[in-house]
Ligand binder design. Sequence first.
Ligand code: GRF
Length: 218
Amino acid sequence: MSRRLGVLISGRGSNLQAILDAIAAERLDATVALVISNRRDAAGLARAAAAGVPTLVLEHRSFANRQAFDAALVDALQAARVDLVCLAGFMRLLSPTFIDAFPNAVLNVHPSLLPAFPGVDAQVQAWTHGVKVAGCTVHMVTEDLDAGPIILQATVPVLDDDTAETLAARILVEEHRIYPEAIDVVLAGGWRVEGRRFVRDAKLTAPRDAGVSVSSAE
Ligand code: GRF
């Protein structure tokens, strides 16, 4: 049965689009059940509507505090019977109220090779620092900013004539590739979290990584 995703956005929504495209192309067996934005002007809302996905705007400023905002998010996602929550450019920190409602089931994509350059403007941070390799990370969300167990990472080179903008564009291509892939990995099961480490079962990892289809027969 196709699993249900809730996607949280604040802006452009290109990662949301990558998820929708992966589902349409049958690279990802899932359904986006609900897209929530904390900003009414988020361009990603139109992307969701174009794909026929229900949308909801919950503006954090209209809530008394973070707890109340997070509780409203949880209510909406649970009402939509969401199995996995995907943050896609969602610019709010989530409290334990939220994290505890979806144990090991909240993912985020971040435009750096974590733990380097957490927080905002990660691509500018990487470019300014002068690193020669940059990239992106899909990780589980915990209470700490950009610090949860890492599911997948991808690297890109930093070129001498890059600007922060050209570097960000190169990283974004990889975000769009690995986010749907990481969602697929998590939905497939056969993994565990050991301390900080997201570990996949060897019997699932080997055939998939070798590009060979997995047989369900033992
Ligand atoms: C992406 O770079 C993502 O890694 C970061 O915010 C940006 C969101 O872009 N968390 P978009 O809204 O998915 O286009």
